[in-house]
Ligand binder design. Structure first.
Ligand SMILES: *Cc1c(COP(=O)(O)O)cnc(C)c1O
Length: 232
């Protein structure tokens, strides 16, 4: 299948999931996760109308940012080291992977220097997997409350990377739990914190995620095909 055909399949699946859930298609944003993929492929997908791209490495995001059209929204979806915040702070439209107040402090400091406001999501380890980054579910409300003190960060919602499962139905409970958590936080009316974004769902499970309230789905393989990681 061509990139165009693969993108069409994803688009159709998103539309059908929205219909099943009684949701409007325009309330779900498709992020094309382009990590490891060459610039020409991103350009082709961009020319097909996609303006949201997700990358998980700072260097790769910067490289692609510098050669692709300026109206692209770049999503930083990978673990972010504090010493790299300065490179992407003015390039990422949304940082999905804020998982500690130490990282938030660094984002605040760099944002203050540039007098900008940075949009972030809190990453939640919703299934409590030992190998995953993210705040534990019980820490999220307390952490969100701390963001009332920041002046240059706006929390726009929550993000999670669900477990790798064969049957996407197994992740439904995790998506539902993340949604519940976001509703609980929204009720608290914390300064600088709103819960308009729920970033959940990848190639294997984005349809279930949409049924459970995802506003942003991050699809890589489904659009670009399998990733090949070069061995060193
Ligand atoms: C790689 C990645 C994705 C996309 O994964 P696919 O299974 O290829 O769709 C989504 N989110 C994050 C955080 C990723 O690192």
């Amino acid at each position: 299948m061509s990139l165009k055909e693969k993108l069409n399949v994803v688009e159709e699946n998103i539309c059908r999931a929205c219909q099943r859930a009684g949701r409007d298609r325009k309330d779900v944003t498709l992020i094309a996760v382009s990590k490891t993929k060459p610039v020409w492929m991103l350009k082709e997908v961009y020319d097909l109308g996609i303006c949201q791209f997700g990358e998980n490495k700072v260097q790769e995001l910067m490289d692609k940012y510098s050669v692709l059209p300026p109206d692209i929204n770049w999503h930083m979806i990978g673990h972010l080291q504090r010493n790299k915040v300065k490179y992407i702070i003015d390039k990422a439209a949304l940082i999905h992977s804020v998982d500690s107040l130490r990282l938030a402090d660094m984002i605040e400091a760099e944002a203050a220097k540039r007098q900008i406001t940075v949009n972030v999501l809190l990453e939640v380890n919703i299934a409590r997997e030992e190998t995953k980054y993210g705040l534990m579910p019980e820490e999220v409300i307390r952490t969100a409350e701390s963001f009332a003190n920041y002046k240059n960060i706006c929390v726009q919602g929550l993000m999670t990377i669900a477990p790798f499962v064969e049957n996407p139905e197994e992740n439904r409970v995790h998506f539902a739990n993340l949604h519940k958590l976001s509703v609980d936080i929204a009720k608290k009316n914390i300064d600088n914190v709103n819960m308009s974004v729920l970033s959940m769902g990848m190639t294997n499970d984005y349809e279930v995620a949409i049924e459970e309230g995802a506003t942003h789905v991050r699809v890589g393989t489904g659009i670009f095909g399998e990733r090949v990681y070069k061995s060193i």
